[in-house]
Design a protein around this ligand. Structure first.
Ligand code: ADP
Ligand code: MG
Ligand code: MG
Length: 213
């Protein structure tokens, strides 16, 4: 039921917190090449707040929608920066897509993935190839939906999607940034992947590995 999925959502947020802490310095250094160097600390502040909010709300036995709404609001509020606003709204959108039901099926996961990615494109308005996290998010969503529509279990679809996200994040190295703070120093960014795409790929891989166990 919705409270069980709320507890799973809180556990997933704790996993995201672990992977962000592990890569905090690396993400900051990557953002310092052409951006302002705060992607590691921004993600850290956001997920620390989101994981704490998720833990409290899930411990109270509330629905996955309530857990993710609280987590997303905390993420946006505490992270500051572009990526924090985008992650916060995406987490809230995934929670709204999951809603408050008695039972969940694979199609709910597909709806949550779609809502998560669509929230970021709607708010940030980045196009594919602009060298943002969207370049990892779109292959993630497309791969997930193709696998799921082809009959794959959620965990299997998620594993394929996470691999696609990591590969797409790496591939952003060849792009010039057309959105965000890295744009004025675009030339410096060429040869290095986009920080927001890299963090998304790392998070997708961690969540996939967790869901698989
Ligand atoms: P800020 O740029 O405000 O310092 P961060 O450093 O935390 O925020 O995040 C930078 C990342 O945000 C970029 O690497 C990129 O992936 C992502 N980003 C920036 N602008 C957009 C946008 N309009 N749409 C989607 N993602 C974006
Ligand atoms: Mg930054
Ligand atoms: Mg900043």
């Amino acid at each position: 039921a919705a409270a069980d999925l709320g507890r799973l959502a809180a556990a997933v947020l704790a996993q995201i917190q672990d992977v962000v802490i592990e890569h905090e310095d690396e993400l900051g250094n990557l953002d310092a090449i052409a951006g302002d160097g705060d992607h590691g600390i921004g993600m850290r502040r956001g997920i620390d707040a989101a994981a704490a909010a998720g833990r409290d709300v899930s411990a109270a036995g509330l629905s996955v929608q309530r857990v993710l709404t609280a987590a997303g609001e905390a993420w946006s509020e505490r992270a500051g920066g572009t990526s924090g606003a985008l992650w916060g709204s995406a987490v809230i959108a995934a929670g709204l897509a999951l809603g408050n039901k008695d039972a969940y099926r694979g199609a709910d996961a597909a709806a949550a993935v779609t809502a998560f990615v669509d929230a970021i494109t709607a708010l940030g308005k980045a196009e594919p190839g602009d060298k943002t996290m969207v370049d990892a998010l779109l292959p993630f969503k497309d791969t997930f939906l193709a696998a799921f529509d082809g009959g794959a279990q959620v965990a299997v679809a998620l594993a394929s999607a996470a691999t696609a996200a990591r590969e797409a994040a790496d591939a952003t190295a060849s792009l010039r940034p057309l959105k965000g703070r890295a744009r004025p120093l675009a030339e410096k960014s060429v040869g290095h992947p986009d920080p927001g795409a890299v963090s998304f790929g790392l998070i997708a891989a961690r969540v996939s590995a967790y869901i698989d166990t």
